[in-house]
Design a protein around this ligand. Structure first.
Ligand code: FES
Length: 58
């Protein structure tokens, strides 16, 4: 599912990035330029990050 329409970033890409060490929206922005245009994806992206961090730490 697309999280950032402007940059065509999916939840799978975000999850993989978190698995590889990303911890924040800033980290994702460096990788995918996520939330650098309309910004509407920021909230959904943060939720995916949080969820994936919780999954990893289980
Ligand atoms: S949807 Fe991510 S910047 Fe617009």
């Amino acid at each position: 599912m697309y999280i950032c329409i402007c940059n065509a970033v999916t939840d799978s890409q975000i999850k993989q990035c978190v698995t590889q060490g990303a911890k924040s929206l800033r980290d994702l922005n460096k990788e995918f330029c996520i939330a650098d245009q309309c910004g509407k994806c920021a909230c959904a992206a943060k939720k995916v990050i949080k969820s994936q961090i919780n999954t990893i730490s289980l």
